[in-house]
Write a protein that binds this ligand. Structure first.
Ligand code: ADP
Ligand code: MG
Length: 422
């Protein structure tokens, strides 16, 4: 089928009920349908899934989708099934399936019913699966969260490293679609190289979030009081406060509660029931604030988070961008406030001490960027976008006056009264 013959808008409406494409989606989809290697870089929430889901539904054969998280794969499969006539249109292939279930998946693929096959990268190392996939028609291979392939990314997964070899074994000329929300040029290079697609057509959306206000304050011993004041000034609004340690999360949640603020803790040390309860309380607005470690956020889709506070500075600009990115998803106000003390950087350096040297070097380099960001007098937005390889002109760009360094140019961001916090 040629691209001209397909009415992409009609397919979009039919399969997903959407009346138009977002951002670069249409161009990307045309390129994927045409069978080219494609590289998609869009911020979280940009609509990357559709860039492979729609082509998969249109094209002959089955698209293999590699994704690192079983929960995310299941969500997508459920969503696709909900809008399809045949349940077999999408499947997950993983180690938890029994023989009968695996047979059912294989039959659906052989019979041309399955358009999307989601697999975790470790499942693809199974000989049996690879041998099977060699024998069927694969439309293309989508590697979601492709930054997992890079040690420079924030979520390196060694299993992703083998993908290139495995894809080649499944079929020599299978088009590859890599997708990520990580915009740093280093990670991008790594992805193109590691997936073996130097010639991929690259689509990169802007990472500018014009409605977010960025601010860094020096972290003094009064940080808790400062946070309380900030939250009280924003009474009734939803917000997230990120802390490095579980202990600090618990302490700060309590301090906020004692001060009459509706706050709950969230970290991986809490039992699953409590975590779900606290997350739901946040979504249902039974609590205003979640004090959390980075365990909180993946897959949380609350559009009206009005502030994200970093009690502790994150370990990379990317983490900072991802975490602050949870504010203002609805396009409304989103205040991003980070507290910075150089002592916290030293603490993060210490955490890396036991790790392999290469990893330490990368971690150190990423931290230096965080220091530069925290201490810069340049526009925060300009800094972040530059880090992501994007030129930003504050005079003409959207959100050009939305950070502390632009609004209050003389302010020095330097922590004078560092304190031990753990
Ligand atoms: P990403 O993977 O880039 O973070 P998703 O693929 O999860 O983003 O999409 C984010 C949200 O945008 C989802 O709720 C999705 O349904 C919605 N979405 C995607 N494309 C469109 C579109 N063309 N029109 C309306 N909503 C869309
Ligand atoms: Mg995604």
């Amino acid at each position: 089928m040629s691209i001209e013959e397909i009415d992409l808008h009609a397919s979009l409406k039919k399969h997903f009920g959407f009346s138009g494409f977002k951002g670069l989606q249409e161009e990307v989809i045309k390129n994927v349908v045409a069978g080219n290697n494609t590289f998609v870089i869009m911020p979280t929430g940009g609509g990357k899934s559709l860039c492979y889901q729609l082509p998969a539904l249109i094209k002959d054969g089955t698209a293999i989708v590699v994704s690192p998280l079983i929960a995310l794969m299941k969500n997508q499969v459920d969503a696709i099934r909900a809008v399809s006539e045949h349940e077999g249109v999408a499947h997950v292939l993983n180690s938890s399936l029994n023989k009968t279930e695996v047979k059912r998946v294989k039959d659906d693929i052989i019979n041309g019913v399955t358009k999307l096959l989601y697999v975790a990268p470790e499942s693809l190392t199974k000989e049996e699966y690879v041998d099977f996939l060699r024998t069927v028609k694969i439309s293309f291979m989508a590697v979601d969260e492709a930054h997992c392939i890079s040690e420079w990314g924030h979520d390196f997964r060694p299993e992703y490293r083998n993908l290139k070899t495995i894809i080649k074994r499944i079929g020599d000329d299978i088009p590859i679609v890599g997708l990520t929300a990580t915009a740093t040029p280093k990670v991008q290079e790594d992805i193109l190289k590691s997936l073996g697609m130097p010639n991929a057509v690259t689509f990169k959306a802007s990472f500018n979030r014009p409605n977010l206000y960025y601010e860094v304050r020096p972290k003094t011993k009064n940080v808790d009081a400062d946070i309380i004041r900030f939250v009280k000034q924003n009474e009734g609004k939803s917000g997230i406060v990120y802390c490095l340690s579980r202990k600090r999360v618990e302490e700060l949640a309590q301090v906020l509660q004692v001060n009459g603020i509706k706050a709950v803790p969230y970290h991986a040390g809490l039992d699953a029931k409590t975590r779900v309860k606290h997350q739901d309380m946040f979504l249902m607005e039974d609590t205003d604030v979640v004090v959390a470690t980075i365990a909180f956020g993946m897959g949380i889709d609350k559009p009206d988070v009005r502030f994200v506070i970093h009690h502790d500075i994150p370990k990379s600009i990317e983490s900072y961008y991802q975490e602050t990115g949870r504010a203002g998803r609805d396009g409304g106000e989103g205040h991003c406030l980070a507290y910075y003390a150089y002592k916290d950087i030293e603490k993060l350096e210490k955490f890396m001490a036991g790790k392999p040297v290469a990893e330490q070097e990368i971690g150190h380099a990423l931290l230096q960027e965080v220091v530069a960001f925290a201490e810069t007098s340049v526009s925060r937005r300009k800094f972040i976008l530059h880090y992501f390889g994007e030129e930003f002109d504050n005079a003409t760009g959207e959100g050009g006056d939305m950070d502390d360094n632009v609004r209050h140019p003389k302010k020095q961001v330097e922590a004078k009264e560092d304190v031990k916090l753990l």
